[in-house]
Ligand binder design. Structure first.
Ligand code: HC1
Ligand code: SF4
Length: 573
């Protein structure tokens, strides 16, 4: 341990701790901008400068390791002046149109400028008007709002192991962009949106579909049906000041009804349906010598990553569409037929924690009825914006249920939103099918938790099923390399493109760096999902009465010809 003082407070921390983290342990908050815990520590923005007694130059606390006897001062006149100067320089060539910015009031630069009373623009840098990148269906890049903190570069390169963006050009012309100033739509960007979640300003945002959804809601000829993803219900509350992980399932359904959606269904039903299709596909591959390991296919960021970087694993991918696409196809077929509605008049909206879903809905093979399975995808953030635009008092809404029958779901469906959840849900069904019993021990705790890679071996009816789980494409890379090298053998692998799974998707409420230093959204939001699972009466997908009804009335059986037509897809190398 190393002993030091920070603003006169004695602190003991392990060796190699940064001064910034040591200060946080002593409840001293040093402001930061380019620092993002576990992702980026480069000392570039000069906002976390501190004074070290006996040292002439100010130091960046995020990259300075503690040393024995060090005396740190975080709030001297020199420090205050230097921080303010750093902010003034950052603002000198920033597009300062805060009122029209997507991050107005959630921007970390704006918040610091307010804290440090930057009440005039002292310096004018060379304002180079840079073109916006609007071509990606998922991510909009506005380089004029970029402060070169490189948090996005670090998450894309170090966590996702993609490196789609980096610093190009020099001086005032420096831009964070794909190589050769191409659009994100023209490079192997996987649309995960992790860069958006890391961005402190309005330089990166989702490609908004809010206007399209309002237009559909206001069009009397459209029957507008909505479905929220599992992970949205434990994050949407953050947009209204509620604690991270608060379960808002009932309020969310109530808000959707008040916004004017004709039917409020639930992607959790789609997740239960996925388990039926994917579970039986796995059993078929195991029993009939199919390609193993089978790998899950519900995360479109992961699918795009596989297509770009690991095409040799495409035969391993389950052919199942992702749950919201499956539900979209069922709405435009089964639901449309039962209710005598022409599918061309149905407009389906998915509310997702994910920006890659905006890309997924456009892929070939995602129009089971000849019409798009899903017409619009809103992120959790866009959905919250629409609730505010509709003057809905979200916090005080009553809890309401989803509509029958495509709104009924099980605990297995809800845990899809956390890493390991799809695997656990599948095991609950596969174990019952293989043993022919209604097993009671269904909490597969080995597959829970936020580790990037998890492994488990499950004995079912005398058969050892080996499974692995990876979340983030960086973790997927490591796992797939081990499988390729023959070092690891599995029957079934779950891969989610975002670290922690959908709860931490690129469309979720932005968590400022300061909050991320003390609270992990992957953990807090997942807790909400697992508590909803344990409160559910039915916790296995195959026991969902509405799923049973759907097969009895329409699909016949899992992997039937009709199920293949509507619920399965294909991949392109
Ligand atoms: Fe997900 Fe899925 S879990 S992919 O993360 O399989 O987005 O929540 O909706 O479709 O169900 C996302 C979440 C989501 C799908 C499901
Ligand atoms: Fe990188 Fe994902 Fe952002 Fe694309 S969306 S630039 S892959 S972090």
């Amino acid at each position: 341990m190393v002993s030091l003082t920070i603003d006169g407070v004695s602190v003991q921390v392990p060796e190699n701790t940064s001064v910034l983290e040591a200060a946080r342990q002593a409840n001293i908050k040093i402001p930061t901008l380019c620092y993002l815990k576990g992702v980026n520590a480069i000392g570039a923005c000069r906002v976390c400068l501190v004074e070290i007694v006996g040292n002439a130059a100010l130091q960046a606390a995020c990259v300075l390791p503690v040393s024995e006897g060090m005396q740190v001062k975080t709030n001297t006149p020199r420090v205050q002046k230097a921080r303010k100067l750093s902010l003034e320089l950052l603002l000198s060539n920033h597009d300062r149109e805060c009122l029209t910015c997507v991050r107005n009031r959630t921007c970390e630069l704006q918040a610091l400028a307010e804290t440090f009373q930057v009440n005039e623009y002292k310096y004018e840098g060379a304002k180079i008007e840079k073109p916006l990148d609007l071509l990606s269906p998922s991510v909009v890049r506005n380089p004029n709002k970029c402060i070169l903190c490189k948090r996005c570069v670090a998450v894309c390169r170090n966590i996702q192991k993609i490196g789609a963006i980096s610093a190009t050009q020099r001086g005032f012309a420096t831009t964070i962009a794909p190589a050769f100033d191409k659009s994100l739509a023209e490079v192997p960007c996987i649309n995960c949106g992790q860069c958006i979640a890391a961005c402190p300003t309005g330089a990166l945002s989702e490609n908004s579909e809010i206007d399209n959804v309002w237009a559909a809601l206001h069009d009397p000829s459209k029957h507008v049906v909505v479905q929220p993803a599992p992970a949205v219900r434990v994050a949407i509350g953050e947009e209204f000041g509620m604690p991270m992980g608060t379960r808002c399932t009932g309020k969310m359904a109530a808000a959707m009804r008040r916004m004017g959606f004709d039917k409020v269904f639930d992607t959790d039903f789609g997740a239960d349906l996925t388990i039926m299709e994917e579970g039986y596909e796995l059993l078929d591959r195991i029993q009939n010598g199919g390609v193993l390991p089978m790998i899950t296919s519900c995360s479109p960021g992961w699918i795009k990553y596989c297509e770009h970087f690991y095409p040799e694993f495409l035969p391993n991918l389950s052919s199942c569409k992702s749950p919201h696409q499956m539900l979209g196809a069922i709405i435009k077929s089964y639901y449309a037929q039962k209710n005598g509605i022409d599918p061309k008049d149905i407009y389906t909206v998915s509310v997702m924690p994910c920006t890659a879903k905006k890309y997924e809905k456009l892929r070939d093979g995602e129009a089971g009825t000849g019409y798009p399975d899903v017409d619009a995808v809103l992120t959790t953030r866009e959905f919250a914006r629409m609730i505010k635009q509709a003057n809905i008092d979200f916090v005080n809404l009553p809890d309401e249920d989803f509509d029958d029958v495509l709104g009924e779901s099980t605990g297995a469906g809800v845990i899809f939103g956390a890493t390991g959840g799809v695997m656990e849900a599948a095991l609950r069904t596969v174990a019952d099918v293989l043993t022919g019993k209604d097993l009671e021990n269904i909490d597969y705790t080995d597959v829970r938790g936020i580790a990037g890679i998890k492994e488990a071996s499950v004995n079912v009816a005398g058969m050892e099923i080996k499974v692995a789980i990876a979340s983030s494409t960086g973790a997927a890379q490591k796992l797939l390399d081990a499988v390729k090298a023959g070092e690891k053998q599995y029957h079934f692998i779950e891969i989610m493109g975002c670290p922690g799974g959908c709860v931490n998707g690129g469309g979720q409420p932005i968590v400022p760096a300061e909050v991320r230093s003390v609270l992990d959204p992957r953990v807090e939001r997942a807790k909400g999902l697992y508590s909803e699972d344990s409160d559910k009466k039915i916790r296995k997908s195959h026991e969902n009465p509405s799923i049973q009804k759907l097969y009895a009335e329409f699909l016949e059986k899992p992997n039937s010809h009709k199920a293949h037509e509507l619920l399965h897809t294909f991949y392109a190398a």
